[in-house]
Design a binder for this molecule. Structure first.
Ligand SMILES: Nc1nc2c(ncn2[C@@H]2O[C@H](COP(=O)(O)OP(=O)(O)OP(=O)(O)O)[C@@H](O)[C@H]2O)c(=O)[nH]1
Ligand SMILES: [Mg+2]
Length: 310
């Protein structure tokens, strides 16, 4: 087996392990406990619908493979209980990378994940990393709050915009400027790409002038995902960002941050479910409406019931 490849047996085992972890099946707790903290370089890709995330992911895979790196893709759709990501993932797999043993593609929808999607993503990252992939790409649909939360699971976050359509302003509103380590302006074969690159650079210069400025200058890279233009530059930026994280001692912080997000997502989800259950069992809102409890007293009642473990 060449370097940058993962054996067929390993891939079949991986697919089974992910299903086990996704469904919290028997043995998943032991399996996860036996696995080390993910060591693969985790790269997030996010951006508005239709901007070219899947096409860019495919072009990125092609470039990374030419550099001998193995790549796994986790396509996540936080807004869907129904796996649209599976279709897109399948489409990439069918098209270009079907027979490549250095590529693994899997999708994850939000359906009924105990402990929230973020907790599940972390577990799946652990399993994929343990299978030996060099890079894991998390492709997320959209630019809302849950997408930003998922982007925080990555070491390196790539945000994709397209020419025109006020994407820069949308990005600023959604808080996406702060999470982007790298911007691409995809569909640069279309008019207005230069203006969008300038607009994003202008907005980024304002963000990085803030005291929280990190010392990393977020590049804005024009790409054409349909023909691969700009993907050599994008891969260089991804490697540079990784080197920056290592140099600054930030990689370990990213790893800790990822575990923290996962723990908080899982426990807050449990607490939220518990609060809902107590409220509904004891008709707390109904008692508030009848004037028998103030809202403060109602909250205390729910908190105390959670603490008492009832
Ligand atoms: N002209 C042009 N079209 C592109 C480019 N990249 C992607 N497209 C096209 O844009 C459409 C959407 O691309 P996708 O890769 O599916 O976009 P996406 O962001 O993954 O879409 P969702 O997953 O639905 O949010 C497809 O028809 C692509 O062929 C590009 O660089 N130039
Ligand atoms: Mg897509």
């Amino acid at each position: 087996m060449k370097s940058g490849e993962v054996s067929g047996d390993k891939i079949r085992e991986l697919a089974q392990q992910i299903t086990l972890v996704e469904n919290s099946g028997t043995g998943s707790t032991q399996l996860l406990a036996s696995m080390p903290t993910p060591s693969a370089h985790i790269v997030g890709i996010t951006g508005p619908p239709g901007v070219g995330k899947s096409t860019s992911t495919s072009a990125l895979i092609t470039q990374l493979r030419s550099e001998g790196k193995s790549v796994a893709v986790l396509a996540v759709d936080p807004s869907s209980t129904f796996s649209k990501g599976a279709l897109l993932g399948d489409r990439i797999r069918m098209q270009d990378h079907a027979l490549d043993s250095g590529v693994f593609i899997r999708s994850l929808a939000s359906r009924g994940h105990l402990g929230g999607l973020t907790g599940t993503i972390y577990s799946v990252l652990k399993v994929i990393s343990a299978a030996g992939f060099d890079l894991i790409i998390i492709e997320t649909v959209g630019v809302g709050q849950s997408e930003i939360e998922i982007a925080k699971m990555a070491d390196t976050s790539i945000v994709i915009a397209a020419p025109g359509a006020g994407d820069g302003i949308q990005a600023a509103k959604a808080g996406i400027l702060e999470i982007a380590d790298i911007f691409t302006v995809n569909k640069s074969d279309r008019p207005g790409a230069d203006a969008t690159v300038r607009e994003l650079k202008g907005m980024l210069s304002m963000v990085s002038a803030a005291p929280s400025g990190s010392g990393w200058e977020t590049p804005v890279i024009p790409t054409i995902a349909t023909d691969g233009s700009g993907f050599v530059e994008l891969c260089e930026s991804i490697s540079q960002h990784y080197a920056y994280l290592v140099d600054q001692g930030l990689l370990e912080q990213k790893r800790i941050g990822r575990i923290r997000e996962s723990l908080l997502a899982r426990t807050m989800n449990d607490l939220a479910l518990k609060a809902q259950e107590i409220e509904s069992q004891q008709d707390v809102a109904v008692h508030c409406a009848a004037g028998e409890l103030s809202e403060d007293q109602a909250c205390d009642l729910i908190r105390n019931a959670i603490k008492a473990g009832s």
